[in-house]
Design a protein around this ligand. Structure first.
Ligand SMILES: [Zn+2]
Length: 456
């Protein structure tokens, strides 16, 4: 007996422990899940476009920017080559106004304000000077450049030079970023970030920013060892290229892009081009919703990150018309996607079954993407009218009906009841009928009388 009780207890203990197993494993996977979702690694496809001159006067390609279908390829030392984006045809090669030995031209971003007399290209912000903490604002054409403003950053903490400027159109400001340490292999390195207003182009040839001009306190972003390259901001995302480092970076990519949120300052996502392109990237720029990257060998690519957006199941309760359907659909799209536009001509909506599909443009952290979203959307289906307040002789009443899908209600007024002391509308009718009958009787009588007279 004792033995079997002990066995029984053992079995119970095992059963108890066994029952805890799913709890432990859920807790464990939740922890792993949390760690894994700190950031997302996206797949990416690449499309080779063309190759530009790798060297201009023996100075290698650096950052670039695109405007009006023209690629401005910067070269070390304040040099620039221009190319047609669609064909790669060379348009010009010239010195920038900031043609200085130390102007490394690590980054180029177009602004959105046009220099006086230039209707073709807004001001171009060239940065990445290796000795001076400065950004050079250039008035460019496809064949020339003129320095119109120099922005100096006399700021603390003073870190390694070679900092670069990225323009934040969403928040209308300059983001000046520097590495804390020169050593790119140092895993304790960080990016130190400073934000300033964008000076008006006519605010002076020289702008000297100090800490007093900052729009917020300086902050840091994680640095992923590798060679940090050109960057830009698209929407709320800093797109920072990096590579080609000798070893792997902390998150495993040797050539790629990391994304930081401009508001939360989080490292949100990344993609890895290792194995597809095994040379150093130089910069990134989003133009017309497309993400472009250039590389040290002069190659240009369009990069198409593959974000896995759900395309089905956009079920919308009660859309009365196409406009309402698209407005509801726009609200259903959630981060990291932002609704940009719908191709209304592509909307295919079966109002009987509710099924619809529509081609839309969504903004991702990297670019714009076209996807077809499908779901169901129906018009309201109302139940029976029910009187919610009865009409009286003095007040109107109300009758409502409710949509069985969404609970929307429709109301109609019920007219006041007729007052009791009003004459019965039937009485005048009877009088009229009676009068008419009397008249016709008398008419018959008159006719008879006339006839009688004739005979007489
Ligand atoms: Zn409804």
């Amino acid at each position: 007996m004792k033995k079997s009780r002990s066995l029984c207890r053992k079995v119970l203990i095992y059963l108890f422990l066994f029952s805890l197993l799913p709890v432990f494993s859920v807790a464990l996977s939740a922890q792993e899940y949390e760690k894994d979702t700190d950031y997302v690694i996206d797949d990416a496809e690449i499309e080779y476009l063309f190759t530009v001159d790798q060297y201009l006067e023996e100075h290698v390609v650096q950052g670039f920017a695109i405007q009006n279908g023209v690629v401005f390829q910067l070269h070390d030392g304040g040099r620039c080559s221009t190319y047609k984006l669609d064909t790669g045809e060379k348009l010009g090669q010239f010195h920038l106004g900031s043609f200085y030995t130390h102007n490394h031209c690590g980054n180029g971003n177009f602004g959105w304000v046009y220099p006086e007399g230039n209707t073709e290209f807004p001001a171009l912000y060239v940065s990445g000077d290796l000795t001076t903490k400065a950004c050079y604002v250039e008035n460019v054409t496809a064949t020339s450049a003129e320095l119109i403003q120099t922005i100096y950053f006399d700021i603390t903490p003073s870190t390694y030079t070679g900092g670069q400027v990225i323009l934040d159109r969403e928040r209308n400001r300059i983001v000046y970023m520097q590495r804390e340490k020169k050593n790119i292999s140092d895993h304790t390195n960080v990016y130190r970030m400073f934000e300033f207003p964008i000076p008006a182009l006519d605010a002076g040839k020289e702008i000297r920013y100090t800490n007093a001009d900052m729009l917020c306190e300086p902050y840091v972003l994680p640095f992923y060892p590798g060679i940090y390259q050109g960057a830009c901001i698209y929407g709320d995302t800093i797109l920072q290229t990096h590579g080609y480092s000798k070893g792997e970076t902390e998150y495993g990519a040797k050539v790629g892009m990391v994304c930081y949120d401009t508001v939360t300052h989080d490292f949100t996502r990344a993609f890895d081009l290792t194995g597809m392109i095994n040379v150093e990237p130089q910069g990134a720029f989003v133009y017309d919703g497309r993400l472009y990257m250039n590389f040290v060998n002069g190659n240009f690519y369009e990069i198409k990150p593959k974000l896995s957006i759900p395309t089905k199941g956009y079920d919308i309760i009660c859309a009365e018309n196409e406009e309402q359907l698209l407005a509801s659909l726009a609200k259903k799209v959630s981060a990291p996607y932002a609704w940009k536009d719908a191709n209304t001509e592509s909307l295919n909506w079966n109002t009987q079954t509710g099924g619809f599909s529509v081609s839309v443009t969504l903004q991702t952290p990297y670019n714009d993407m076209q996807v077809t979203l499908t779901g169901t959307a129906l018009g309201h289906r109302f139940g029976e009218w029910a009187i919610t307040s009865h009409a009286t002789e003095k007040t109107t009443g109300k009758s409502t009906r409710t949509c069985i899908y969404c609970g929307d209600t429709e109301t109609k007024l019920l007219e006041k009841l007729p007052a009791e002391d009003e004459p019965n509308p039937m009485i005048p009718v009877l009088i009229c009928v009676g009068t008419a009958a009397a008249i016709s009787f008398s008419a018959v009588g008159i006719t008879i009388a006339v006839r009688k007279k004739k005979r007489a």
